[in-house]
Design a protein around this ligand. Structure first.
Ligand code: ADP
Ligand code: MG
Length: 465
C-alpha cells in the first residue's frame, strides 16, 4: 500500500470509527431517552394508583361530605343542591311531552308519548345536534334564541305545521347541564358556567325565565315547567318529570327515567363531559332544608373523572414526555396546545386492537401532527391512556359507592345497609353520560371497581343500568 493508500485507509478507518462512535452514542442517547420516557410513565402510574383501600377512603370521604353538605350550605366540598322533586314517576304517566336538553356538548330536543302503566313509552323522537362553538362564548340571549328557534322547528315538524301560538301553553322539561341554585321546581339561578362555556354576564339569572323569554320572542307557546340543572342524562327523563310539573337536574332526569321502568332505582350518576349525581334523600336528613342533589362540586375529583378533562390529562403527560425525551421526535410543539386531545380520541386509541396500532397512528398524525411515531412509543401512549382511564373509572366507582353508603346500601352494616330480613336489597343505579355509554373500557373498569369495593355478595345485588 502506498502512502496515499495508507492515508485513505486511515481516513476511512477514522470515519468508520467516528460513524461507529456516533451510532453507539446515538443508540446510548436514544436508550437514555427511552428510559426517561418509561420512567416518567412509571412515576405517573404510581401517582395514579387506586388500590381498593384508597377507593374505600374515597367512599367514606364522600359519605361524610354528603352529610356535611346536607347540614349547611358551604359546609362541604360537595354542593348538595335541592331539586324540589319529592316523587319520581312510577310508570303510570300518560300523554305527550316535550323536553330539551342543553348539555355541554350537545343539544337535544325530544318528544315522547307515554301510555300509562306498565311504564309504556309509546313512541319518542329525539333530535341531537352539537352546540355551535361561537354560542358558548356569546350572550345568554344568543344561546337561548338559538335553542328556542331549534325547538320551535322541531315542534312544528312534530305537529306537522300546526301553529303553536294557540291558547294552550305547552309544558316543557328543560335539562340544563350547569350548576343552578333551584328556587322552585321551574326556576333556578345560574351559579356558574362550566365545561368550556363562558357566556357573558349571566351568573345569578334565572335560566328558566331566560328560556321562557326566548320562546316568547320566537313565537313558541311553551313554558318551562321543569328545569333540571347539572350535567348529562339520557333522553326521556324530562317528560316524566314534566308530568309532575317538577323542576329537576338532568341527573334527576336519569333517575326519573330509570325509576319509571324500575322502582328499585335509588341513584343516578352522569359521567359525560362533567360528572354529577343525584339520589333521593329523606326530608328530615336535609338539615339545612336546602340541599339534595349532589352536584359534584369537588372540582379536583371531577377533573380526574370527567370526559372534559381526561384527554387533557393524557395530553399533558405526553407533552411532558416529549419535553423530557425525544421519543416523539419534534412532536412536542403540537402537544403544547391545551385541549387538543379530546377524550373520544383517547378512547379510540385505547381501544385500538390492531397489531400495528393503526388507529393510534392515524389519530397522532391527523389530530396532533405527530408523524413517524414508533410502535413502542405508540404502545407507551396507549399505556398512558389506560392509566388515566382506569383511575377515572375507579374514582367514579368510589363516588357511586359513596352514595350507596350514604343511602345505607353498601352492605357495611345490618338492616340499614341494604339488607331486609337478612336478604340483601336489590339496588339499581342509573348511570348515563357519553364517557360511560360510549367508552367500553371505562365502563368495564368502573363496574369492576364497584365489585371490588363492595365485595362479591353485596355487588351481586347492585346493578348499574
Ligand atoms: P353532555 O355531557 O355534554 O351532556 P354527553 O353525556 O353525551 O353530553 O357526554 C359527552 C361527553 O362524553 C364528551 O364531552 C366526551 O368527553 C365523552 N365522550 C363522547 N364520546 C366518547 C367516546 N367515544 N369515548 C369516550 N368518551 C366519549
Ligand atoms: Mg347532557
Amino acid at each position: 500500500m502506498g502512502r496515499l493508500g495508507f492515508r485513505v485507509a486511515l481516513g476511512c478507518a477514522a470515519v468508520s470509527c467516528a460513524i461507529a462512535a456516533a451510532l453507539v452514542g446515538r443508540r446510548l442517547r436514544s436508550r437514555r431517552q427511552w428510559s426517561r420516557a418509561v420512567e416518567l410513565v412509571r412515576e405517573f402510574e404510581e401517582a395514579c394508583a387506586t388500590p381498593v383501600g384508597r377507593l374505600r377512603q374515597v367512599v367514606d370521604a364522600m359519605a361524610v361530605e354528603m352529610h356535611a353538605g346536607l347540614a349547611s350550605d358551604g359546609g362541604s366540598k360537595l354542593k348538595m343542591l335541592l331539586t324540589f322533586i319529592d316523587k319520581l314517576p312510577d310508570g303510570s304517566e300518560e300523554g305527550t311531552y316535550y323536553a330539551l336538553d342543553l348539555g355541554a356538548t350537545n343539544f337535544r330536543t325530544l318528544r315522547v308519548h307515554l301510555g300509562g302503566k306498565p311504564s309504556m313509552i309509546l313512541n319518542n323522537k329525539v333530535e341531537c345536534q352539537p352546540i355551535p362553538k361561537e354560542l358558548m362564548t356569546g350572550t345568554i340571549e344568543e344561546l337561548f334564541n338559538f335553542v328556542a328557534l331549534t325547538l320551535k322547528k322541531f315542534v312544528q315538524r312534530e305537529e306537522k305545521g300546526v301553529d303553536q301560538i294557540s291558547d294552550n301553553t305547552k309544558d316543557l322539561g328543560f335539562t340544563f347541564s350547569f350548576p343552578v341554585k333551584q328556587l322552585s321546581v321551574s326556576s333556578g339561578l345560574l351559579i356558574k358556567w362550566t365545561k368550556g362555556f363562558s357566556v357573558k354576564d349571566d351568573v345569578g339569572r334565572d335560566v328558566a325565565q331566560c328560556l321562557n323569554e326566548a320562546m316568547l320572542k320566537v313565537g313558541l307557546n311553551m313554558h318551562v315547567a321543569a328545569l333540571w340543572s347539572g350535567q348529562a342524562l339520557l333522553f326521556m327523563q324530562f317528560e316524566t318529570i314534566v308530568l309532575r310539573s317538577k323542576q329537576v337536574n338532568d341527573t334527576v332526569g336519569t333517575l326519573a327515567l330509570c325509576h319509571y321502568g324500575d322502582e328499585d332505582t335509588v341513584a343516578a350518576v352522569i359521567i359525560g363531559t362533567g360528572t354529577n349525581a343525584c339520589y333521593l334523600e329523606r326530608t328530615d336528613a336535609i338539615i339545612k332544608c336546602q340541599g339534595l342533589l349532589t352536584n359534584s362540586g369537588v372540582m379536583g375529583f371531577e377533573k380526574m373523572i370527567s370526559g372534559m378533562y381526561l384527554g387533557e390529562i393524557v395530553r399533558r403527560v405526553l407533552h411532558r414526555i416529549a419535553e423530557e425525551s425525544e421519543i416523539f421526535s419534534d412532536a412536542a410543539q403540537s402537544l403544547s396546545a391545551p385541549f387538543v386531545l379530546r377524550t373520544p380520541l383517547v378512547a379510540a386509541m385505547h381501544e385500538d386492537d390492531s397489531p400495528d396500532l393503526r388507529e393510534v397512528g392515524r389519530i397522532l398524525e391527523e389530530h396532533l401532527k405527530m408523524y413517524g411515531v414508533s410502535k413502542n412509543a405508540k404502545r407507551l401512549i396507549v399505556h398512558v391512556c389506560d392509566i388515566v382511564t382506569r383511575r377515572a373509572a375507579r374514582l367514579a366507582a368510589a363516588g357511586i359507592v359513596g352514595i350507596l353508603k350514604k343511602l345505607g346500601r353498601d352492605g357495611s352494616g345490618g338492616v340499614a345497609s341494604g339488607r331486609t330480613k337478612g336478604k340483601p336489597r336489590r339496588t339499581v343505579v342509573a348511570v348515563e353520560g357519553g364517557l360511560y355509554t360510549k367508552y367500553s373500557i371505562f365502563r368495564e373498569y368502573l363496574n369492576e371497581a364497584v365489585g371490588e369495593i363492595l365485595g362479591e355478595e353485596v355487588a351481586r345485588n347492585v346493578s348499574s343500568v
